[in-house]
Design a protein around this ligand. Structure first.
Ligand SMILES: Cc1cc2nc3c(=O)[nH]c(=O)nc-3n(C[C@H](O)[C@H](O)[C@H](O)COP(=O)(O)OP(=O)(O)OC[C@H]3O[C@@H](n4cnc5c(N)ncnc54)[C@H](O)[C@@H]3O)c2cc1C
Length: 373
């Protein structure tokens, strides 16, 4: 029985595992090695590592995890997961069944790509999907935005915050926006071409343009696309976790899903989809998961009884019920006894103890008496 199985070894899952390990929880990380930005030459905006190569970043992260005896790493895919009647879980990794007390899902999302020749030659070097991640690289350059839904309007206008010019190519479909949308784009000099993009021209890192079905070449140095992305796995659904309307797994502020004992982090949960955010969400979920294993927190209120070994957040204990409260009372009693004994020996009513903030040359400290602990 593992304490926790983390599914996904990207930034979110690796962070969750790191913090579970630091709480001394035996944790198994299962990763199929398809992290979302594996196509990218450089990822940006991670404080202290800007820019960084995503593969190298994860290699370092996994090496760090490998230094913890509590962490086991397995390459493979979790195909199925279920919650047992006793509140534990069974996950199936490449046909093998593993038992665990907790599950952390960090399986990310999968992008839908446009069908254009040479797409993968340029993807991650000059072709991107996220203006937040790579808009800065588009500054003062001619950019093409692929998309046909209303969403492409905001997308193209956002890109104008960096780019010299933006043209929308609908990839052969009809633009789904209305006249108002067209006017807004036209007012900013954004052309909408209801044409099919058939080929990206140039070599990796040196995009020269997009060849259209009509034969025209649209010169550009960068291209962005907004089509769709979807959850990379349905393990959350298999486990009974609720999803948000947009398909993200619903979590509370501790990364707890609606199923007690299951946590989720990273791109599969609501919010910004960035490496640093994914790592931070993994930290939150990993800590909450570890605390729940100590019976101390990290479980949604009202669901406590559904998780084995859970006794409740530390902060909610009445003094008398607090674990270790008895021991603390005993120590306090011992301190009082010593105080009284010393006071008797010194013939004083009250012995002098070192009080914080009272050290001064005018009042020499009596260091013959130190309270235990
Ligand atoms: C082209 C591109 C450029 C980007 N540029 C930037 C950037 O510059 N800066 C930035 O901050 N962010 C960038 N991002 C976003 C960034 O990649 C994500 O926010 C980040 O990778 C999310 O981390 P994650 O751990 O949630 O998911 P991922 O990194 O996708 O990791 C999920 C892991 O789970 C594994 N997995 C999935 N299903 C299973 C399963 N069933 N069993 C076992 N393992 C499984 C996958 O193989 C994968 O390794 C970019 C993304 C793309 C696509």
């Amino acid at each position: 029985m593992h304490d926790a199985v983390v599914v996904g070894g990207g930034p979110a899952g690796s962070s969750a595992a790191l913090w579970l390990a630091r709480y001394r929880r035996p944790v198994l990380v299962v990763d199929s090695g398809e992290h979302r930005n594996r196509w990218v030459d450089q990822a940006h905006g991670y404080l202290g590592f800007d820019p960084m190569h995503p593969g190298h970043f994860l290699d370092v992260a996994h090496e760090e995890l490998g230094r913890y005896a509590e962490v086991a790493f397995r390459s493979g895919r979790v195909d199925a997961a279920r919650r047992e009647d006793d509140g534990t879980f069974t996950v199936e990794v490449d046909g093998e069944l593993l038992a665990t007390k907790r599950v952390v899902l960090a399986t990310g999302v999968r992008d839908v790509f446009p069908e254009v020749d040479n797409f993968f030659e340029h993807y991650g070097a000059s072709v991107f999907h996220c203006p937040t991640c790579d808009g800065y690289e588009a500054r003062d350059r001619a950019v093409v935005a692929f998309g046909w839904s209303e969403q492409v309007v905001g997308f193209a206008l956002t890109l104008l915050g960096w780019a010299r010019s933006v043209a929308v190519v609908t990839d052969g479909r009809r633009f789904e926006g209305d006249d108002r949308h067209r006017e807004r784009l036209a007012a900013q000099g954004v052309r909408v071409l209801e044409d099919d993009a058939v080929e990206l021209l140039g070599s990796r890192g040196d995009l020269r343009g997009v060849r259209l079905r009509s034969g025209d070449v649209l010169p550009c140095r960068l291209a962005f696309f907004t089509i769709a992305h979807e959850p990379a796995s349905d393990l959350d659904v298999q486990l009974g976790c609720a999803r948000e309307e947009d398909g993200c797994t619903a979590v509370d502020e501790q990364g707890a899903t609606t199923v007690p004992g299951v946590y989720a982090a990273g791109d599969m949960t609501p919010g910004l989809q960035l490496v640093q955010v994914a790592a931070a969400k993994g930290t939150v979920a990993g800590v909450a998961c570890a605390q729940s294993l100590r019976g101390e927190g990290g479980i949604r209120p009202g669901r406590e009884n559904e998780v084995p070994g859970y006794v409740g957040p530390m902060t909610e204990y009445e003094d008398a019920e607090r674990p270790g409260a008895e021991r603390l009372d005993r120590i306090e009693g011992e301190i009082d006894e010593i105080r009284n004994r010393v006071a008797d020996q010194q013939g004083e009513n009250e012995p002098r103890f070192i009080q914080e903030g009272e050290l001064s040359e005018d009042e020499p400290v009596d260091d013959t008496i130190a309270p235990p602990g």
